[in-house]
Design a protein around this ligand. Structure first.
Ligand code: ADP
Ligand code: MG
Length: 235
């Protein structure tokens, strides 16, 4: 398994009490598996991704990423595992305004200490994979919302992660563009053998996903709450 969460509990301080954001959550995602997590706002979806991304350490439970147990690891180890094995796509693309699409990607390789020449080649290849050939030199304000989201996705893949974590990638897009993004994620997951977790409340695109799970009040379960015809299916 590329990603394995076992019995994870995450709490936040909430005044005098604590709020349980993840309530004994278990999740395993294999290479090439595209899993969606659906649930209402506040149900714990972003918290789940933050724990899987090693950005937050849970109160208890195990988090294993690409064979590395990170729940009890030092911040330095978590940062290394994140940089080497995890691609993260946040809800709103945070692309520096002054950088071209190509440089948004090249910077990632620079941070990981890779050679600039190899990085530029990889960046061009990824921009082509997300259908942005010819737009390499556009800056964020010269791209549409959907194009920016595709740059964001390509950037997350720059360091060849095994795990891709995606938070509400379609929330700022209309239905057709949202569907294009999800089908792009499905293709990238398959072609690169990624273990992908996409959090969404967009039920319309779930037909493109391999496994659908639901989140409610911090608990993760099978997709029986998903409308008929969109229930969990495995390829
Ligand atoms: N940093 C935080 N501090 C305190 N409470 C938080 C924090 N982040 C999220 N929460 C609370 O945890 C619950 C789950 O939030 P979140 O994971 O963001 O849900 P979702 O992504 O499904 O909307 C919510 O009740 C939210 O208010
Ligand atoms: Mg969220």
């Amino acid at each position: 398994m590329s990603l394995e969460l076992t019995d994870v509990v995450l709490t936040y301080p909430d005044g005098e009490r604590t709020l349980t954001a993840l309530d004994h959550v278990g999740l395993t995602v294999a290479p090439g598996e595209f899993t969606a997590v659906v649930g209402p706002s506040g149900s714990g979806k972003s918290s789940l991704l933050a724990v899987a991304a090693t950005l937050i350490t849970p109160a208890s439970g195990r988090v294993v990423v690409a064979g590395h147990e990170v729940s009890a690891a030092s911040p330095a180890v978590r940062t290394r595992v994140r940089r080497e094995h995890i691609g993260i796509v946040f809800q709103q693309p945070s692309l520096p305004a002054s950088l071209t699409a190509l440089d948004q990607l090249v910077v990632m390789a620079h941070l990981a200490g890779r050679s600039p020449r190899e990085a530029a080649a990889r960046a061009r290849e990824l921009l082509a994979a997300v259908d942005l050939s010819g737009k390499e030199h556009k800056r964020p304000h010269q791209l549409s919302g959907g194009e920016r989201q595709r740059v964001n996705i390509a950037r997350a893949l720059m360091n060849r992660p095994g795990v891709l974590l995606v938070d509400e990638p379609t929330s700022a897009l209309d239905h057709r563009r949202g569907e294009l993004i999800v089908s792009l994620l499905a293709g990238l997951t398959r072609d690169n053998g990624l273990a992908t977790v996409m959090v969404t409340h967009d039920l319309a695109t779930l037909g493109l996903v391999g496994t659908v799970l639901t989140m409610a009040d911090g608990r993760l379960g099978a997709a029986d709450a998903v409308p008929a015809g969109r229930a969990a299916t495995r390829p």
